[in-house]
Design a protein around this ligand. Structure first.
Ligand code: GLU
Length: 459
């Protein structure tokens, strides 16, 4: 069994493309088959190396590794030429010299009459030897096939026109290359977006003209934004790497993508291995799926909570570098990650939360400081008590906070809040005793002193 993912490198790896890739990959893995990556770069005007790189980076970040490829269609022009020539020789294709103007007039006339705009076969029997090459689509009969997702599909050949399979510069077009490649590469299951559903009957006719056996087709429903329109840039990030940049874990994104159009009962959380085990083409929904960013964030948080610390650190590396946060000096990164993993929705949030452990600051959030740094007495007492702590661990720090509460007869909030602000600068900190332990004794005392100075200055 062999499936493939065949993106055109004309932009980033779109989230919809990533879902197609995941389904094709999972289906191959489930059957211990092969997954092929093919870059469909025949449109040399629109294809760029940058988007080839974006596709390869995206696939590798997601961990969807291919067993064969990547193949590039631009390496296969000789092969397409042979097939096109064969179709010409067998009178299954012909040259057409109709000008753009003639085709436009034809289109306008048909549209005006309320008919489907299609080529009228003007050059079909002219025996020309230059121009574009058109495939002789059968004039009668039906093309019928069973799509694994959409069910039975049939269309009358009369609806289909004579498809251009080579442009006038002899370069092959998508419908030709995809058939030749899927055949030559032994692809037996074609999984792709349903935006290609219209192409499939034309491709089936080509398979038949070439005497090749058909693969199974599975056309995936679209992904819509929350407003019901097809997911696009205006809904936010649609490139896979943008999700990496926003701090998602690849396994959370894959889990989320798997649920876009596929389900297994009510289960929401799937490891990649489970997706492979449970995946069935027949469980793909016919209806479009809606992209829900909140749900993706929720899933990411669930993954972050239970992730292995080393795994988180591996994925944090890019973010630390990107945000230029040096964690080499100071408390061990593992401890900080462990502390933050229950409270971070994304890796970006985690890096934000880390800054207080590795970076000094010289001012406090003004609004919070005005509210929380009114009375210096609790912080002053805490400073004195903490200075005397020998074994700098959370338990001992907590005891001193409690002591301050008892001695001054104040509630925890009266010391907890200002202490949190003193330590973090912005009030974003979790369990204050653990935070203080991780910040370290010297820095804790220095920051308390800075808070006391602030209070003295603003009294
Ligand atoms: N290259 C096509 C695209 O990116 C996909 C072709 C296919 O899967 O058959 O839309």
């Amino acid at each position: 069994m062999k499936s493939r993912f065949a993106p055109s490198p004309t932009g980033y790896l779109h989230i919809g493309g990533a879902r197609t890739a995941l389904f094709a990959w999972a289906w191959a893995k489930k059957q211990k088959g092969q997954f092929v990556l093919r870059i469909e770069d025949t449109d040399q005007k629109r294809s760029t190396q940058a988007s080839v790189d974006a596709i390869l980076d995206g696939m590798s970040w997601l961990g969807l590794s291919h067993d064969e490829g990547p193949f590039y269609q631009t390496d296969r022009f000789d092969r397409y030429k042979v097939v096109i020539q064969q179709l010409l020789d067998e009178d299954k294709a012909y040259y057409c010299e109709c000008s753009k103007q003639r085709l436009q007039i034809l289109r306008d006339e048909l549209t005006e009459k309320g008919e489907k705009a299609k080529y009228d076969g003007c050059c079909r029997n002219k025996n020309l030897d230059s121009g574009v090459v058109r495939f002789k689509n059968p004039l009668e009969g039906l093309v019928a096939f069973e799509d694994a997702v959409k069910g039975k599909i049939s269309i009358a050949n009369q609806e289909l026109d004579d498809l251009i399979i080579a442009r006038s510069d002899a370069s092959p077009t998508y419908n030709l290359t995809v058939v030749v490649d899927d055949h030559d590469m032994g692809i037996d299951t074609v999984i792709r977006g349903d935006d290609h559903l219209n192409n499939t009957p034309r491709q089936i006719n080509l398979y038949q003209a070439l005497g090749w056996s058909l693969p199974e087709f599975a056309h995936l429903p679209m992904i819509l934004g929350a407003d019901g329109a097809r997911l696009s840039k205006r809904h936010g990030a649609v490139g896979v790497m943008a999700y990496r940049d926003e701090g998602f874990l690849p396994e959370a994104l894959l889990n989320y993508l798997s649920r876009l159009g596929w389900s297994h009962g009510d289960q929401e959380i799937f490891s990649l291995a489970q997706i492979v085990k449970l995946f069935e083409l027949k469980n793909i929904n016919k209806a479009p799926a809606s992209f829900n960013q909140e749900k993706l964030i929720w899933l990411n948080q669930e993954y972050m909570k239970v992730a292995n610390v080393k795994h988180l650190i591996k994925h944090l590396a890019w973010h630390l570098e990107h945000q230029a946060l040096d964690t080499s000096a100071g408390v061990a990164l593992e401890l900080v990650v462990k502390h933050l993993q229950q409270r971070s929705k994304t890796l970006v949030e985690m890096v934000d939360g880390m800054k207080m452990f590795y970076q000094d600051f010289n001012e406090f959030d003004e609004t919070l400081a005005k509210k929380q740094f009114k009375d210096g007495q609790p912080l002053k007492l805490l400073f004195e008590k903490l200075s005397l702590v020998d074994e700098w661990v959370a338990g001992n720090i907590k005891d001193q906070i409690k002591q301050v509460c008892t001695e001054l007869e104040i509630g925890f909030g009266k010391i907890g809040q200002p202490f949190r602000l003193a330590l973090s600068g912005n009030g974003n900190a979790g369990n204050i005793d653990i935070v203080a332990q991780l910040v370290g004794k010297n820095k804790t005392l220095a920051r308390l002193q800075m808070a006391l100075d602030y209070i003295a200055k603003n009294a």
